[in-house]
Design a protein around this ligand. Structure first.
Ligand SMILES: CC(C)(COP(=O)(O)OP(=O)(O)OC[C@H]1O[C@@H](n2cnc3c(N)ncnc32)[C@H](O)[C@@H]1OP(=O)(O)O)[C@@H](O)C(=O)NCCC(=O)NCCS
Length: 372
């Protein structure tokens, strides 16, 4: 019996994973048994990466070892530097990330994904982005600092000076919160590529492509555009009603799985209120209006604020340019993507679903001379 077609594969279980649980009904995200709210503000991104790749939170010695490994491979390879210099300075940073990571990972032959590859790729992403940011501003590249943690070093390479501890902490929390999220579109992409026994960089490059779209990681830049267009709290309701008449979606709202509040949004909202009060004042009014309109349209289909909405305010407060919001999501999610690739490769079966053919029934081709 052929299986039934489910648009968007909604509700289809495509993998078994030990890495993260998205509990949509209860609004919880769990990393290998740890609830995100218990991790978010007290743990480093490096500890989360260790949890994902090795299966446990690290001891002090293990954490120091991983941090040293990450900081030892932060430089770009010559092919990656050549690619970076060849790209136009007005390129979309997601395209830069996709292209330069591809060159960073050029290997003489196909290699099975390893934790070492995951460490290399995770270390490379901030360096690629910072180098591009400096280049498009006509500034010299800043060498990575081995004594700084992942979040601190990213900001240091971007700005050429150490960031305030409060901002490093905020970026670290953002990186922890976004590091994995069940079978989202980019993770699924990475796992599909992994299932063909391909290499880790190919999986990550595919995942970056999937993350780029506004239905996934491209949303926080769009949140910013939306807020800029709305401009004032008084304009929120008229603007948003007009937008719905044009069938536009509110950026930063709705989720395929969460039907209650996204737990990451809750934490980011509190951070945003503290770090970016100006953004928060307008955003909270827009949020209230968006939720009211969405409820009015479909009371039976709960839609909540998603992670992207207040991410925009937090990333802005950290000082990142708007077009760096999606690639900074990738700086975090690379930890989850690579863990999923390792998990898929560990007990692999080629991911090869079916399609339902709805095209014309068998027919004879008309010779070209008779087709008019
Ligand atoms: C995230 C998203 C792609 C999920 O889509 P989905 O799983 O198809 O959403 P649902 O099945 O819950 O709901 C679909 C319906 O709700 C409406 N809806 C969902 N999110 C909406 C939003 N943000 N604004 C307005 N309407 C929305 C859609 O118009 C659609 O109605 P329709 O079928 O009458 O057109 C979608 O909510 C969206 O586009 N959000 C905005 C972009 C965004 O914030 N992306 C980041 C995700 S973390």
């Amino acid at each position: 019996m052929p299986a039934e077609y489910v648009p968007g594969l909604e509700g289809i279980v495509a993998a078994q994973t030990e890495i993260s649980l998205v509990d949509g009904a209860n609004g919880q995200l769990v990393y290998r048994g740890y609830v995100i709210a218990d991790l978010a503000e007290d743990i480093s991104f490096e500890e989360v990466a260790h949890l994902f790749w090795y299966g446990s939170l690290p001891s002090r010695a293990q954490l120091d070892g991983l941090a040293a490994q990450l900081s030892s491979v932060r430089t770009l390879t010559p092919p990656a530097m050549t690619a970076l210099d060849a790209l136009p300075t007005n390129s979309d940073p997601m395209d830069v990330l996709r292209s330069v990571l591809s060159m960073q990972g050029v290997l003489p032959h196909l290699q099975k994904p390893t934790i070492e590859h995951a460490i290399h790729a995770t270390a490379a992403l901030p360096t690629i982005l910072a180098a591009f940011h400096r280049r498009r501003k006509g500034l010299d590249r800043v060498k990575p600092r081995p004594d700084l943690g992942h979040a601190a070093n990213y900001l240091y390479m971007l700005n050429g000076e150490e960031a305030k501890p409060e901002l490093v902490r905020a970026l670290n929390t953002y990186l922890v919160l976004l590091a994995d999220h069940g079978m989202n579109a980019s993770t699924f992409t990475a796992r599909v590529i992994a299932s063909t026994d391909s290499d880790l960089i190919s999986c990550l490059v595919g995942a970056i492509g999937a993350l780029k779209g506004p239905a996934h990681g491209g949303a926080p830049s769009a949140v910013m555009d939306q807020l800029e267009q709305i401009g004032t709290a008084e304009n929120a309701e008229p603007w948003m009603r007009e937008a719905r008449k044009r069938k536009e979606r509110f950026m930063g709202f709705g989720h395929r799985v969460y039907r209650t509040y996204d737990p990451r949004a809750k934490i980011l909202k509190a951070m945003c209120q503290r770090l970016n009060p100006k953004f928060y004042d307008l955003a909270s009014k827009v949020e209230e209006t968006a939720l009211a309109i969405l409820h009015e349209e479909h009371p039976e289909r709960p839609q909540a604020t998603n992670v992207e909405f207040y991410s925009a305010g937090v990333l802005q407060a950290i000082g990142l340019p708007k077009d760096f919001f999606p690639p900074t999501f990738a700086v975090s999610r690379v930890a989850g993507w690579s863990a999923h690739v390792l998990e898929q490769a560990g007990h692999n079966r080629l991911i090869r679903p079916q399609s339902e053919y709805v095209g014309p029934q068998p027919r004879k081709p008309v010779p070209l001379a008779e087709r008019g």
